[in-house]
Structures are given as C-alpha cells and as structure tokens.
Ligand binder design. Structure first.
Ligand SMILES: Cc1cc2nc3c(=O)[nH]c(=O)nc-3n(C[C@H](O)[C@H](O)[C@H](O)COP(=O)(O)OP(=O)(O)OC[C@H]3O[C@@H](n4cnc5c(N)ncnc54)[C@H](O)[C@@H]3O)c2cc1C
Length: 390
C-alpha cells in the first residue's frame, strides 16, 4: 500500500484521511496535542456545519466561484450530510438553511465520531508533530519532542488552516516554508470579522445588544440579518458577508456601510406611521429600540434629525463610516494563504505535484452560514479523490 501523509488535523485533513484510508496507508501529523480544535471552537455557538443551498446558489457564496465549482459539485452539502449520517451524526436544517448536527449532539461528539472513523480505518495519528519546513528534495520536515524527521511519504496533503484564532493551532506561520520552495502565498487578511466604527459612549452603553432584522449594505451588496453593537464597532451575520466589500473599500481609501433599520417597510409606509405620532412618540410608533435610536441619532446630521421631515428616509439610510476591520486573531476566518494560481485543478502544487493543499490554507473566501466548514471538507475530499485517481 502506498502511504500518504496529511499534515494538519482539522476538518480538511480529517476528511482527506477518511477518503484515503481504503486505498492508502495514511498518517496524519498535527502540531497540537489534540485534533480539530478550531472545529470545536466553531461549535461553541452551535455547530453550523453546512448549508442547504445547492447548485449556483451555493457556488455564489464562494470566492472565487469558478475555482470552487467542481469541488463543491463533487462533494457539496448533500454529500457532507450523507457522510455525517454515515458517522451516526444526523444533521438537521435550521433557520435560513443553516445545517447543524441534530439537536443535543455536541461538537465534541461529532469530532469523536470522525476520530473513531479514522481510527477504525487504520489511520495513524501523530499529535505533537509540527511541520517546520522542507528538505532539499522538497520532503516535509516535522518536529516532535525536539527531534526533526523527514516525512518519506510520496504524496502529502497539507491542511494547515488559515490564521485566525491562533490558539487553536491555525497560526498561518507556515507560509514562509512554502515561499522557500517557490510557492507564492497571499498575505492573510481577516474575513467574517467585526468592523471598527468610531462610536460615542452613548452607543457603547449598548455593547452586546443586537439589532434584529436589519439590512446592511456596502457598495452593491446588501444583507439582511442581525447586527450587534460592540465596544469597538459592529459585528454579526449581517456584517460578515460584507467584509470583502468593506475590505476593498478600505483599501481604496474609505469605507461606509448603510443600515436600514426597517427593511420590511418602505419610506412611504414609515411616513404613514409617523404622520399622526407626536414628536416624542415617533420612535415607539416605529417600534425602534434604544440601541437603534441611538445609532440613528448619532449618524444622522443633527439638524436633519431635529427637523424630522426626512425621518422615514433616514431610518432606512443610516450611513456609518467604517475605520477598519478587526484583527485577524479575532476573525472567524481568513483569506490569503496559498495563491490559487499555484495549484492545479486537482489541488496539487503546480511546481511540486506530490504536494496537495486543502482547506482554509488556500486563498478562497466564503461567509458564515456553514459555508466555511463545507469548503474545508469539500477541498479535503477533492484532494483525496485526486490522489486515489492518480
Ligand atoms: C469562532 C469561530 C467560529 C466558527 N464557526 C463556524 C461555523 O459555524 N460554520 C462554519 O462553516 N465555519 C465556522 N468557522 C470556520 C471553520 O472552523 C474553519 O473554516 C475550519 O476549521 C477550517 O478547517 P481547516 O481544516 O482548513 O483548518 P483548521 O480547522 O484550522 O485546522 C488546521 C489544523 O492544522 C494544524 N496545523 C497548523 N499549522 C501546523 C504545523 N505547522 N504543523 C502541524 N499542524 C499544523 C492546526 O493545529 C489545526 O489543527 C468558525 C471559526 C471560528 C474561529
């Protein structure tokens, strides 16, 4: 049996191990003492493992979509759900198409089921083994208990993750090793993260409070969902998908988001609700809570707010300047890593075809909603399938 080494024991590495175990002797090397630490962190707020979106609707969530298309078509949400079922983890579809393990199944139990599967299939797991570079023959070197060893496997899958939440092991410090063998990497940047806004103390007292059912837009993109006020600015599921557009605007010089506090009402309908309301009752007539009113008041020019005649328009167009993105370490995911033009369609490195790359260490992006884990599982599966085929 040919052997394959997989370096990185997150979702991408583990599904690759599972896929390869039937045909290869598989060794997984992980620098931590345990595997799947980011997977467990991802599960803390509810393990949103994939999404029920399908076809072009699914692919549109990924950037760049064309590079992800055949990878997702080969192993998309339906296949991931079937795989989970096979592990004894029945998934269920929650609100807005998000897919979770059935109620009561904890993330640690899902990880245990995956680990049991790879163990039962005879995969060798080597924890406390850190990838530290390549030798002259472009073979990976791993360090364990102060000793360095060469990985002899003819085929290697790297699944080292991105650079957010470094305490989970995904530190992104490996880019220099790939640069040393001539592989171009793209600097990591935060994705699916909060945005920084100059907030007054009057707004900051509402830190932690969510504005529910709002619409936020940046450039052409608009997202419905929830926004939470934080000490530093804003975050939430209506902000994260806008991060690529916000990042681009910041890089071009300045970024602004527009908040619609009443996306279900037209300006005319708002005017209608306001017409008989006394000045002091206007916010309650619109059912706007305190945090929303404070934001509206802060980001609407004072004369305009006091005048009140443009209130309907202003409620639907709170313009908020964004001063920056939160640091990578706090982000849910990162973009950057191995540049996609460095890998063949089968996810092996063009310059070193015996080395495959999968998961978040590749320079693709997707919003929260289960699309990140799906992308990690899909690329891991795709690389493994290409190895089996080869
Ligand atoms: C707070 C938070 C919440 C999230 N919530 C969700 C969610 O609800 N839904 C969703 O789809 N996604 C979510 N994600 C994102 C998701 O967890 C990641 O996209 C996914 O874990 C990426 O998988 P991966 O296998 O590519 O990398 P990782 O899971 O990062 O695994 C990489 C592994 O490689 C190891 N490694 C790194 N460097 C080395 C080295 N030099 N030598 C050996 N091993 C090394 C690391 O220790 C790690 O175990 C969340 C992330 C965070 C931080």
């Amino acid at each position: 049996m040919n052997s394959v080494a997989i370096i990185g024991g997150g979702p991408a590495g583990l599904i690759a191990a599972d896929r390869l175990a039937a045909t290869h002797e598989v060794h997984v090397y992980e620098q931590g003492r345990t595997l799947g630490r980011k997977f467990l962190v991802a599960g803390e707020g509810g393990l949103n493992i994939t999404n029920s979106a399908a076809g072009e609707e699914l692919i549109a969530h990924y950037s760049p979509p064309d590079r992800m298309r055949e990878i997702l078509e080969a192993f998309g949400p339906a296949e991931l759900r079937a795989w989970l079922e096979g592990l004894g983890v029945p998934p269920y579809v929650g609100s807005s198409g998000r897919v979770f393990p059935e109620r009561g199944i904890k993330p640690a139990e899902v990880l245990k089921a995956i680990m049991e599967r790879v163990n039962d299939n005879g995969v060798f797991v080597h924890t406390d083994h850190r990838f530290v570079g390549f030798d002259d023959e472009v073979r990976p070197l791993v360090e364990h208990a102060g000793t360095r060893a060469v990985i002899e496997a003819k085929i290697v899958v790297f699944a080292l993750g991105g650079a957010s939440w470094p305490k989970t092991g995904s530190t992104g410090t490996w880019t220099k090793h790939f640069e040393s063998i001539g592989v171009r990497t793209v600097p990591f940047r935060a994705s699916n993260c909060g945005v920084e806004v100059d907030l007054s103390d009057a707004i900051r007292v509402h830190a932690g409070k969510p504005l529910k059912n709002v619409a936020v837009s940046c450039g052409e993109r608009s997202v419905r969902g929830e926004v939470t006020i934080t000490e530093y600015g804003l975050e939430g599921n209506a902000i994260y998908p806008l991060v690529p557009a916000i990042r681009e605007a910041l890089e071009a010089g300045a970024a602004e988001i527009t908040l619609d506090l009443k996306p279900d009402l037209t300006a005319e309908q708002i005017d209608d609700k306001l017409k008989d309301a006394a000045w002091k009752e206007r916010m309650s007539a619109l059912r706007l809570d305190r945090p929303s009113v404070t934001l509206l008041k802060t980001f609407t020019p004072f004369e305009r707010y006091v005048d009140g005649r443009t209130m309907a328009e202003d409620v639907k167009r709170v313009q908020i300047p964004v001063t920056g993105l939160r640091p990578i370490a706090e982000a849910i995911s990162t973009v950057g890593g191995i540049a996609l033009d460095q890998v063949s369609p089968n996810l092996s490195l063009i310059m070193h075809p015996h080395l495959f790359v999968a998961g978040e260490m590749l320079d693709w992006d997707a919003p929260t909603g289960g699309f990140l884990l799906q992308g990690a599982f899909s690329t891991g599966h795709w690389a493994a399938a290409a190895i089996v085929k080869r």
